[in-house]
Design a protein. Structure first.
Length: 414
């Protein structure tokens, strides 16, 4: 039995430990202040205890100041194990925070009490992004358990604030400790992919969240002529925003979906009673824009549409870009991180991986903006942010095998 076959067999034996770690992580909700929580502290503390069991050569915290969070900061963790050779490092970066469960009536069980059903585990955060945390942890553990050496330095980074912009996560780390990473390091972000594990994400669309505030005049519902119905205006404006799809209609087959998307999402509460016509309504538009278009073009067109409608209805519409992330330079499809990842996927699953672009935003964009090549990949269940979020134990095991294959890549040995 060669080294890798022994590694794969050992990882298969970790099933009960994987379930236990997922259960512990799920029971520690890591919600940022924007999502009604106090931060990622409990989950970070638990993972720090688990990482200490693996005796890393370095383990330290990077606290990002945030007065809204518990203890006045958001926690980030970095653990690393030295390699036998002075070569580029391999980094696996996952995020600690989750999104809220949403409407609890849509959940079959308590979202923070993980359930196991055959190969499936259910709970908020089990896929996004505990899958990445757990698979990378056991990829390191198996090599240490089998007393193998890492040919090159291996590091695990667990960050805060991925779900709400990364200001207190990777953005802060790159600002304060950019020296941790070198341009030739191999950086993998297990926070996106497909169910076959064959999609290596190398590019992302620009992300733009627009807030629309419609101000009319509130009045009694029985005398609508005395007011200006902001809800009616909001409904019309949402429909009018469909013109953005017509204006920015380019397609790029590298991405999935191929075109830019413009979707109304969050609506803020207006009046509490039925018999009042509202005078103020607020909604948000989530825009994922192909890199061929400039974000300012979209903002300008959305503003023009709003101005025309405001004039027609004789009310006020204000627009605010509450979040903006312009598309970062793509990672080359021929970069070392893509090639080594594709070889490992082929070795473990027999499948051929393909570089692609996505509409979702990941922290890889911040690496790319900083000049580092990063690949986003995992064998993922398509349930992130959904009720009854689930992931496959088999997929976690498969991904741990792929990561361990990369860590022990024979081509990196002398």
């Amino acid at each position: 039995m060669d080294i890798l076959e022994g590694v794969y067999k050992k990882i298969d034996s970790f099933r009960s430990e994987i379930i236990k770690m997922q259960r512990e992580l799920t029971a520690r909700p890591a919600l940022g202040p924007e999502n009604g929580g106090s931060g990622e502290h409990e989950k970070a503390n638990y993972m720090k205890e688990q990482l200490l069991l693996l005796k890393p050569d370095t383990l330290f915290d990077i606290h990002a100041p945030d007065k809204r969070a518990a203890n006045g900061y958001r926690p980030n963790l970095v653990a690393a194990w030295n390699g036998s050779q002075k070569k580029s490092a391999i980094w696996i970066l996952s995020h600690l925070d989750i999104v809220p469960p949403g409407d609890l009536s849509l959940w079959k069980y308590d979202p923070y009490k993980m359930r196991v059903k055959g190969d499936t585990i259910v709970g908020r955060g089990v896929e996004d992004n505990q899958h990445g945390i757990v698979s990378s942890y056991f990829a390191v553990k198996v090599i240490l358990d089998l007393k193998q050496t890492f040919p090159q330095k291996v590091g695990l980074v667990l960050v805060a604030d991925e779900e709400t912009g990364s200001k207190y996560g990777l953005q802060y780390i790159l600002k304060e400790r950019r020296d941790l990473f070198k341009e030739d390091d191999l950086i993998i972000v297990p926070d996106g992919g497909n169910e076959e594990g064959t999609m290596i994400e190398i590019a992302e669309k620009s992300m733009l969240w627009l807030k629309f505030t419609i101000t009319g005049a509130q009045c009694h519902a029985s005398t609508p002529e005395k007011g200006k119905n902001s809800l009616f205006a909001m409904a019309k404006l949402i429909l009018e925003m469909g013109k953005l799809k017509e204006e920015f209609d380019m397609k790029d087959p590298v991405f999935s979906p191929e075109s830019s998307t413009f979707e109304p999402t969050k609506v803020e509460a207006n009046v509490p009673n039925v018999n009042t016509i509202p005078g103020r309504d607020v909604f948000y538009l989530d825009c994922r824009i192909l890199p061929e278009y400039k974000v300012d073009q979209v903002i300008e067109e959305a503003t023009n549409i709003s101005k025309r409608l405001a004039t027609d209805l004789d009310l006020t519409i204000d627009i605010e870009a509450v979040h903006r992330q312009d598309a970062a330079p793509a990672t080359s499809a021929d970069s070392p991180v893509v090639n080594i990842l594709a070889r490992a996927i082929k070795r473990v699953t027999g499948l051929s991986a393909k570089p692609m672009g996505i509409g979702g935003g990941t922290v890889a964009a911040f690496f790319r903006d900083a000049g580092f090549s990063a690949a986003v990949w995992s064998t993922t269940s398509p349930t992130a942010h959904q009720p009854n979020e689930y992931c496959s134990i088999k997929n976690i095991i498969t991904d741990a095998k792929i990561m361990a294959t990369i860590f022990l890549n024979e081509e990196n040995r002398e």
